[in-house]
Design a protein around this ligand. Structure first.
Ligand code: PEP
Length: 249
């Protein structure tokens, strides 16, 4: 079976009750391909998760943007995977480059989070990607391999994983990777998974691209054979998110 196109919207730390309600109205009215063709997930800040879940159209799902690395308890300010499950939140984004860079989340920490969230029954979008400096030094795949290995070392079952390749230099910068650049890295990631996890997982796991995707560039990127969808930041807060979803067709 082919890999179903996947579009995630990462709202990051944006929005007020009023603005997220307006955004949901826009999303709920958008005409998009059917659920057989595209899977859509939006990730509001934690505080809006129950509200958005209650208002959002039933063919879109919600995701959290983070979860604690193990069972909840005395971890002030954290949200546990069990709590997300309890709220009926099916997805979580883990290891976003902003958290890796600003909050010092190491590869091992992200790997442990991914494994724990999966064990609790969440579906996970782990993010990997290189900085501009690393790309220019020819280290793109070395960096991504280290990030992937830390996940693969702890994860046995990959059915509930959608892997996001997000070059750090393309996130929020307006500098989107070219379709060829995205395709090249996605192929290399698939090869690494084939060699280090299994051929089956490599052919089935969805690898989505993130970094300055918008309504204008989504179509061409979506036509790359190994680009199975997108993780979208800035443009997921705008009506053009609907155009990005339509790139699935
Ligand atoms: C992101 O933060 O996941 C992202 C891809 O952001 P943007 O689309 O704004 O580059």
């Amino acid at each position: 079976m082919g890999r179903k196109f996947f579009v995630g919207g990462n709202w990051k730390c944006n929005g007020t009750t009023e603005s997220v309600k307006k955004l949901v109205e826009v999303l709920n009215q958008g005409e998009v391909p059917s659920e057989d063709i595209v899977e859509v997930v939006v990730a509001p800040p934690f505080v809006f998760l129950p509200l958005i879940k209650s208002l959002l159209r039933s063919d879109f799902a919600v995701a959290a943007q983070n979860a604690w690395v193990k069972k909840g308890g005395a971890f002030t300010g954290e949200i546990s995977a069990e709590q997300l499950v309890n709220l009926g939140i099916p997805w979580v984004i883990l290891g976003h480059s902003e958290r890796r860079a600003l909050l010092n989340e190491s590869n091992e920490f992200v790997g442990a989070k991914v494994a724990y969230a999966l064990e609790q029954g969440l579906k996970v979008i782990p993010c990997v990607g290189e900085t501009l400096e690393q790309r220019e030094a020819g280290k793109t795949m070395d960096v991504i391999t280290d990030q992937l290995k830390a996940i693969a070392d702890k994860v046995e079952h990959w059915e509930n994983v959608v892997l996001a390749y997000e070059p750090v230099w393309a996130i929020g910068t307006g500098k989107v990777a070219t379709p060829d650049q995205a395709q090249e890295v996605h192929v290399d990631i698939r090869k690494w998974i084939a060699a280090n996890v299994s051929e089956d997982v490599a052919s089935q796991v969805r690898i989505i691209y993130g970094g300055s995707v918008n309504g204008g560039n989504a179509n061409e990127l979506a036509h790359q054979p190994d680009v199975d969808g997108f993780l979208v930041g800035g443009a997921s807060l705008k009506p053009e998110f609907i155009d990005i979803i339509k790139a699935a067709e």
